[in-house]
Design a protein around this ligand. Structure first.
Ligand code: 9MR
Length: 344
């Protein structure tokens, strides 16, 4: 009897802990809660433990980008990203792929070369076919094209876009990339991903127009990724309006790179008030996604303040994630739990 009680007590403690994780609450809601990761940290026990306990999705923060996965014209380096897939499989997590077509983190052989549009067309086709083919059945969703629009809604001029790029007009190269990705893995969900396009503005208008056009012509686009690198004053109402118009097209929205930067002192510490404000923002963003059944994933860009891109690029800001540098949950973490628990 006593033993049984102890067993029940132990279960009560462990089971309620499990029931409280981000991943279990997200699973109950039918959404994925992910984190961008680097496998160089997997050997750190706390990193691996918290990641496996709290998240049901991972995405390589860098390792599937062109420059890292395709370092020579005919050389692919799949090993590091494969180790992320292996971690995910060992812990029943889904994998998002990031990213096939981008203007950053390209290899030297590509940036330093001189290629005709015909050659670039073949290079990109081969790249997408090889990378998506390698991960077919393992990566459930891809950010096929990343950051193709400027703030004013015009198309960014990159080596891929019509300048002359791969030789296709306007959003033609995005369409082509989606078609190549679809051919390489017909089951993968294909996303267009961008930043500062979460609320209604010139950039999100342009993305919406492209999505509308693609949907009307049967181009294989499944969703729009919202990076969501934000501060403490998000325009939730505008985001809700934008999410509705996208999902009304029959597309998904996934929040792909969420982090909420706050001011920090020279040691990287935020104030308690800053952390409370940040928690409210995390709550409101997660609540926004939970409310719309076509918002299917929320992913933070990392999960611990120990490893975050923010302090390196945004001076005076940091502490942007849901766990602190010692893997302790922050007010933001509890706020996410609350938002995941709330009725739709
Ligand atoms: O977090 C990534 C950082 O480690 C890289 O140095 C950087 C290179 O541009 O890319 C960061 O990830 C970016 C992502 O791929 C696309 N959206 C913006 C992210 C933050 O810069």
């Amino acid at each position: 009897m006593r033993l049984v009680n102890l067993g029940l007590l132990a279960c009560a403690a462990i089971c309620s802990l499990q029931a409280q994780s981000l991943r279990s609450l997200a699973e109950q809601r039918g959404i994925r809660f992910g984190a961008a990761v680097a496998p160089s940290h997997f050997s750190e026990t706390e990193y691996a433990t918290v990641l496996a306990r709290e998240f049901n999705q991972v995405e390589p923060e860098n390792l599937m980008k062109f420059g890292l996965i395709h370092p020579g014209p005919t050389t692919y380096s799949f090993g590091p990203a494969d180790s992320i897939v292996a971690f995910a499989q060992a812990h029943a997590m889904a994998v998002r792929g990031h990213t096939l077509v981008w203007h950053n983190q390209r290899p030297k052989w590509l940036t330093g070369g001189t290629f005709t549009p015909e050659q670039l067309f073949s290079i990109l086709q081969e790249h997408i076919k090889t990378v998506v083919g390698h991960y077919a059945g393992k990566v459930y969703a891809w950010d096929v094209v990343n950051e193709a629009f400027e703030t004013d809604g015009s198309l960014r001029k990159t080596m891929w876009s019509n300048s002359p790029g791969i030789g296709l007009e306007g959003t033609g190269y995005i369409e082509q990339a989606l078609k190549w990705a679809h051919a390489a893995d017909p089951k993968a969900l294909l996303f267009y991903n961008d930043y500062n396009a979460e609320t209604v503005n010139a950039k999100s208008d342009a993305i919406f127009k492209m999505a509308q056009d693609f949907k009307s012509r049967g181009v294989p686009l499944d969703g729009i990724g919202w990076q969501m690198h934000i501060g403490t004053k998000p325009q939730i109402a505008g985001m809700e309006t934008n999410m509705k118009r996208i999902t009304d097209l029959g597309l998904q929205v996934q929040i792909t790179e969420l982090d909420v930067k706050v001011s920090v002192d020279s040691s990287g510490a935020a104030t308690p008030a800053g952390l409370e404000l940040q928690a409210k923002v995390y709550h409101d963003i997660v609540a926004l996604c939970v409310k719309n059944p076509h918002c299917t994933a929320i992913q933070t860009w990392g999960f611990t303040d120990r490893y975050s891109w923010i302090p390196h690029t945004s001076k005076g800001n940091g502490a942007a994630l849901e766990f602190d540098v010692n893997y302790q949950p922050k007010p933001a973490y509890n706020a996410i739990l609350e938002a995941l628990k709330a009725p739709r």
